[in-house]
Design a protein around this ligand. Structure first.
Ligand code: TRP
Length: 346
């Protein structure tokens, strides 16, 4: 049997997942789990890089559960996908330490994601932990020797660094690591309900997968629409990017005929925003109802989440330990190397 290629990706536990995550990466992960061996890491050490306070750490523990519930709710199957918490596999830190010797500080300082994070969150003095972020991410990927990394566009520069680390390591010590490829979702970024370019928890413009029906209805009714269209009989362009209601119809309405019909009437000035929104609410309910049901099932059985994470860690740890041993052996850091030195002095 041909060995399945490994895929690894993950999320920081900073909040529940939303519709933007769904189109950006969750849909891809669902698709991949049938074909590849998929690993999903809940990166709690990465969350520490900007939020090291105890209260933040404890809040992140709650988010770990929420995120795992979101994974299970959308249909990630723990029989196919190994879900684990980063800090349950501490070997990854040792591998990251070894990798850190192969990366210069100026190289890290040039990474755009980190620059953006430092600017957006107004971090005056970035911690060493924050600068270490992409190196730890490379270790996440390489400790299971993943070859494919499905991520959003913003993570591309981290995967590039990971490839450089693999190349450098292999060049110095021997071929151990693959050079993983980023798999960037080809769907356009989902806009926020306020019309801004990106849906994000921190911008307060997100619809969460775990939102109850009343919340979905409220958020859709307040969605940004064309400000020039003050009456329903004004013809307008549903394909204009700022018409976010139609962007959601395209992404989530399974009744494509209805979407086309609404667009045609919108162009002719024959449909009001309220009707377009009401039909979107119905479509989102069709999409979210099974997700909500699966979520409720697991939320009512918290021991299942504990078991899934314990099984995930138990599966990953031996893989991680083997990779680390292999890396140390290749570098000349193993017990055998020490013993050989001793015999020379006998
Ligand atoms: N840095 C990623 C993010 O913020 C999360 C992450 C951690 C990750 N480790 C990873 C993604 C390994 C892909 C592979 O979204």
């Amino acid at each position: 049997m041909v060995k399945k290629k490994r895929v690894l990706t993950g999320d920081r536990p900073t909040g529940p997942l939303h519709l933007g995550h769904y189109v950006g990466t969750l849909a891809n992960r669902l698709r991949l789990q049938d074909e590849y061996e998929v690993f999903l890491v809940v990166a709690d050490y990465h969350a520490l890089t900007t939020k090291p306070e105890k209260a933040d750490i404890l809040a992140a523990r709650e988010y770990i559960r929420e995120i795992v519930l979101d994974y299970l709710a959308v249909g990630i199957d723990p029989e196919k996908t190994t879900i684990y918490v980063q800090s349950d596999v501490p070997e990854v830190c040792e591998l990251a330490l070894l990798f850190s010797m192969l990366v210069t500080l100026p190289r890290i300082e040039r990474i755009p994601t980190l620059k953006d994070m430092i600017r957006d969150q107004k971090i005056e003095n970035p911690s060493m932990g924050l600068m270490f972020y992409p190196i730890l991410q490379a270790a996440d990927i390489l400790h299971v020797k993943a070859e494919i990394v499905p991520v959003g566009k913003d993570q591309e520069s981290h995967i590039e660094l990971c490839r450089e680390i693999a190349r450098r390591f292999n060049g110095l010590y021997g071929e151990i690591f693959p050079e993983p490829e980023a798999l960037i979702g080809d769907v356009p970024t989902l806009p926020g309900i306020d019309g801004r370019a990106k849906m994000s928890k921190s911008l307060g413009n997100a619809i969460f997968l775990s939102d109850p029906p009343e919340e979905i209805a409220r958020k859709v009714m307040q969605m940004f629409t064309d400000p020039a269209r003050i009456r329903p009989d004004i013809p307008a362009d549903p394909d204009a990017p700022h018409n976010v209601v139609f962007r959601y119809h395209e992404a989530f309405n399974d009744d494509k005929g209805e979407v086309e019909e609404l667009k045609a009437r919108y162009r002719q000035g024959k449909v009001g925003d309220v009707e377009v929104k009401k039909r979107l609410i119905a479509a989102l309910e069709r999409f979210l109802t099974p997700i909500r049901e699966r979520r409720a099932y697991y939320a009512a059985r918290p021991h299942l989440v504990d078991e899934i994470l314990a099984a995930g860690a138990a599966k990953v740890r031996p893989i991680s330990q083997a990779t680390l041993a292999e890396a140390r052996e290749a570098m000349g850091l193993s017990a055998r190397h020490l013993a050989e030195v001793k015999t020379r002095f006998l």
